[in-house]
Design a protein around this ligand. Structure first.
Ligand code: SP5
Ligand code: ZN
Length: 345
């Protein structure tokens, strides 16, 4: 399996996220990718490739030009407000909720941070654009490799992507790598692409991007949004709208669900994937379903990730694995690489 990786991911290095009235150290940190890279090396699982840069036009297939412009220029605007900001992360503090307007982009930088975000847990830093862009490059390159005949590809990038919508960041995500990979394959001639999101958190960004489309099936297994981030999307009754009706499937599970319950949901997902008839599969691979994850409340053990990979291989589709969440840094490498090894063998 080819792994697409760019060391510039480390340019995104948030100091703090806002949590219960305090700034706490970021969970989403460069050491996460280091853990996976080290384990890939130990197991010798295929080549590691630095991606070619893709044109901004590829990102505009998913994200709005206005949002991309904001992300590219945000850091320089932030430090222009006050030179001392160079030593601080940018976090939003005001949002246009119901009854407020979204159609006029304010001049004020803080107001634009709120317009283009969904939470205060996702710091924007000096290297955020560089890291997010090179991560998106990895995703598009991996999609291209599948179109050229590879059976599997792994996108080892950060920040993650599945919470980011067409014009907003949040949940540690800025550019939706899974959506970019799926769209690239469609633009390159695939007729139908499925996205299976197995991160602990619902992939609200990916769902919202494809909600009215029938050429992309989105399926997500995640913690019930009544109790867990992103809270406001991910319920079982969200099935898609218009032409997309029937092409969105949410499989929420209660906090504390067993590995057995999780694998039953995976089986439901695989049956729908089989009937869809996709030309390719994108997996949003979060391993925050691990029993030892500091943010989450599922019960998967390291050996379970081998079983996931094996089950997905049985679907017999060209598959791109996109790294999403997972915060138990020490075990992260083993858990992620177990999925890839289970897929390969
Ligand atoms: C990609 C991904 O997994 N994003 C997850 C975003 C979750 N954001 C909310 C985190 C809340 C932090 N809770 C700290 C609990 C410490 N016990
Ligand atoms: Zn997650």
């Amino acid at each position: 399996m080819l792994t697409f990786y760019n060391e510039l991911h480390a340019q995104h290095r948030g100091r703090h996220e806002f949590f219960r009235g305090a700034l706490v150290p970021c969970f989403e940190k460069p050491e996460r990718a280091d853990s996976v890279l080290a384990e890939l090396g130990r197991r010798g699982l295929g080549r590691i490739v630095t991606p070619q840069g893709v044109p901004l036009m590829s990102l505009e297939r998913i994200h709005t030009p206005r949002y991309l412009h904001f992300l590219r220029t945000a850091w320089s605007e932030w430090i222009a407000l006050d030179p001392a900001n160079a030593g601080r992360d940018a976090l939003p503090s005001v949002w246009p909720v119901r009854s407020l307007r979204h159609d006029i982009e304010p001049d004020n930088f803080t107001a634009r941070m709120g317009l283009y975000s969904m939470d205060s847990g996702t710091p924007l830093t000096a290297g955020t654009w560089t890291a997010a862009k090179t991560g998106a490059d990895c995703a598009v390159n991996a999609a291209h490799a599948l179109r050229l005949g590879e059976r599997g590809a792994f996108v080892l990038s950060r920040p993650p992507g599945h919470h980011a919508g067409k014009d907003f960041f949040g949940g540690y995500c800025f550019l939706n790598n899974a959506a970019l990979a799926a769209q690239h394959m469609l633009d390159d001639g695939a007729r139908k692409v499925a996205i299976l999101d197995i991160d602990y958190h619902h992939g609200n960004g990916t769902q919202s991007i494809f909600y009215d489309r029938s050429d992309v099936l989105f399926i997500s297994i995640h913690a019930d949004p009544r109790s867990d981030y992103p809270f406001y999307l991910g319920h079982a009754d969200e099935r898609g709208e218009g032409a997309g009706h029937g092409f969105n499937m949410n499989l929420p599970l209660a906090q504390g669900s067993s590995a057995h319950a999780w694998f039953a949901a995976l089986e439901t997902a695989c049956i729908r994937l089989g009937s869809f008839g996709a030309d390719a599969l994108v997996v949003s691979l979060g391993v925050d379903t691990f029993a030892g994850d500091p943010l989450s409340h599922f019960a998967l053990q390291s050996a379970d990730y081998l079983k996931i990979g094996a089950r997905l291989a049985y679907l017999n589709l060209p598959t791109a694995f996109i790294f999403e969440g997972g915060y138990a840094v020490k075990e992260l490498g083993v858990n992620v690489v177990n999925v890839l090894e289970g897929f390969e063998t």
